[in-house]
Ligand binder design. Structure first.
Ligand code: DQA
Length: 153
């Protein structure tokens, strides 16, 4: 099993995958009423209180997400919070990209993927992530941030 370095000196990257730009409008009974901008805004405020620096990235394109992770790799990140959307269940390429990173990685899902369709029960990244938060709605992102902060305190 891979050991992940626990450092919080660099930037924490918050990455959201396909269709998460549609939060607020998209199936609000499953994903909640907040937009991604609202979630990121709350997270940014929380990070400021904790003295952490965040960088936000969202794309509907798998390759763009891989390119962003490659850039992240070069910048020695302190941590990654990622909701890969549907790529969670399908993308070996995403798994391989995240495997390059040695920082803590927290996998977040708004809905509880284990309570939904069988195809959502598999995560290609769960076993290479530090941990998975699933089913806590937008609060999951904040829990991920608090966890990363706890590594430095
Ligand atoms: C999701 C769950 C995925 O199964 C789905 O494809 C998403 C969102 C979540 O946050 O609950 O797009 O990652």
């Amino acid at each position: 099993m891979k050991t992940r370095k626990q450092t919080t000196s660099g930037m924490i990257h918050v990455i959201n995958g396909p269709n998460l730009d549609m939060l607020g409008k998209r199936e609000p009974d499953i994903y909640g009423a907040l937009t991604l901008d609202q979630i990121n805004g709350e997270l940014k405020a929380r990070a400021e209180t904790l003295g952490l620096s965040l960088n936000f990235f969202q794309s509907n394109h798998e390759g763009m997400i891989l390119d962003y992770i490659h850039l992240t790799f070069e910048r020695e990140p302190a941590g990654v919070i990622i909701n890969p959307g549907a790529l969670t269940h399908t993308s070996v390429a995403l798994r391989d990209a995240l495997s390059m990173l040695s920082c803590p990685i927290v996998e977040v899902h708004l809905s509880n993927i284990h309570k939904r369709e069988t195809f959502r029960h598999t995560s290609m990244i769960a076993d290479i992530a530090t941990g998975q938060l699933t089913g806590f709605g937008h609060y999951g992102y904040r829990m991920a941030l608090d966890f990363l902060h706890s590594l430095s305190s």
